[in-house]
Design a protein around this ligand. Structure first.
Ligand SMILES: Cc1ncc(COP(=O)(O)O)c(C=O)c1O
Length: 363
């Protein structure tokens, strides 16, 4: 078939998702596998969200509230900001897409750390913009080098804190200084998908930086700490002027009814959030200790996952773990062919992962 394919679409790098459990079991004819590959909540969804969902099932013949009135207001109250500053998305992924659609034109530049969450580059390329990737320095976002790569074509700068896959959190003061140094008109997007897991909350809350009136968007999600990845709901917090533009390009009903209802209930489920944090923090400590005992280098993490180095080719270790029904994330597509990323699981999942890893390394 001969189609006039826009050349910039061919530049889009494919997104490599964590392997689903069903796919692994179908391929290998095994059962009882575990997935620690996509930084999902090891406890499942918030019970209050589940209860609210059950109650809402009878209204699924209705379209959702396109404006997400109740959820938006609840988030705004929780964060102490105006509802006009919030845009809901079909996952925080969708906010990236809306930002690209609203602000990027072919030839614009988008600055991002390398590696970073793949969707930054994908959205930039899909808009015909040029991703300018700045390598991490000792596993940390190199803000100085990023500032040095700004040009008069730069439209968006992506930062991710805590960073996926390193787990490093950029100190809030450093984000503040970076924001102040940005030329007028450049939008800073600070992706905080893992913010709820941060253990050391020193420094100003990123949302307080919005008060500076500078163009900044903070991304948050219900996919991780709230356990609602399957429903797809996240949001961006931003100046109302930016929000108004995103609403112009936002598809109506972009956040489905079930997702809105569940997210609202999950916000009230503080016990679940606390328990999620506890299980994740204990899991991280346990995994780090045992990875160190295996002699493996492992980065400290402020998120719900760990990045660690294995001897030789990490792909072979990844495959060995798959054979044993354990799914983690190989990081070759992030530029780290010797590293793996593992999400903190429930205690029995963490043990199972470590046992499998030990067996694979001893082969
Ligand atoms: C850094 C980062 N940002 C955003 C997302 C996407 O989150 P959502 O499920 O809200 O689209 C992820 C998911 O893995 C992520 O790691």
């Amino acid at each position: 078939m001969k189609l006039p394919i826009p050349p910039h679409l061919l530049a889009i790098p494919p997104y490599v998702p964590g392997k689903p459990i069903e796919e692994l079991e179908r391929e290998r004819g095994i059962a009882g596998s575990i997935k620690l590959a996509s930084n999902e909540n090891p406890l499942g969804p918030s019970p209050r969200a589940l209860a609210a969902l059950r109650e809402a099932l009878g209204t699924l013949h209705r379209y959702p509230d396109s404006a997400g009135f109740r959820l938006t207001r609840k988030i705004a109250r929780r964060l102490g900001i105006a509802p006009e500053q919030i845009v809901l998305g079909n996952g925080s992924d969708e906010i990236l897409s809306l930002l690209a659609r609203a602000f990027l034109t072919p030839g614009d530049e988008v600055l991002l750390p390398q590696p970073a969450f793949a969707m930054y580059e994908i959205e930039a390329c899909a808009s015909g913009a040029v991703p300018v990737a700045v390598p991490l320095k000792e596993y940390r976002t190199d803000l100085e080098a990023m500032a040095g790569r700004l040009t008069d074509r730069t439209r968006i700068v992506f930062l991710n804190s805590p960073h996926n896959p390193t787990g490093h959190r950029i100190p809030a003061e450093a984000v503040a200084a970076f924001l102040v140094g940005l030329p007028a008109g450049v939008i800073l997007v600070l992706d905080e998908a893992y913010i709820e897991f941060v253990r050391d909350p020193r420094g100003p809350d990123s949302l307080s930086l919005l008060a500076s009136g500078r163009p900044m968007v903070v991304l948050r999600t219900f996919s991780k700490a709230y356990g609602l990845a399957g429903l797809r709901v996240g949001y961006g917090v931003m100046p109302p002027e930016i929000a108004a533009l995103l609403h112009r390009v936002r598809p109506p009903f972009n956040v489905n009814l079930a997702a809105q209802v569940a997210a609202e209930a999950a916000l009230d489920d503080e016990a679940f959030l606390e328990e999620s944090r506890r299980v994740v923090h204990e899991g991280l400590d346990f995994l780090r200790e045992h990875l160190a005992r295996l002699g493996l280098f492992c980065l400290p993490s402020e998120a719900n996952f760990l990045m660690f180095e294995v001897p030789g080719d990490a792909r072979a270790v990844y495959e060995g773990l798959l054979e044993r029904g354990v799914i983690v994330r190989p990081l070759a597509s992030y530029g780290y062919p010797r590293h793996l990323r593992v999400s903190a699981g429930r205690p029995e999942e963490n043990l199972r992962f470590l046992e499998a890893l030990r067996a694979v390394l001893q082969r």
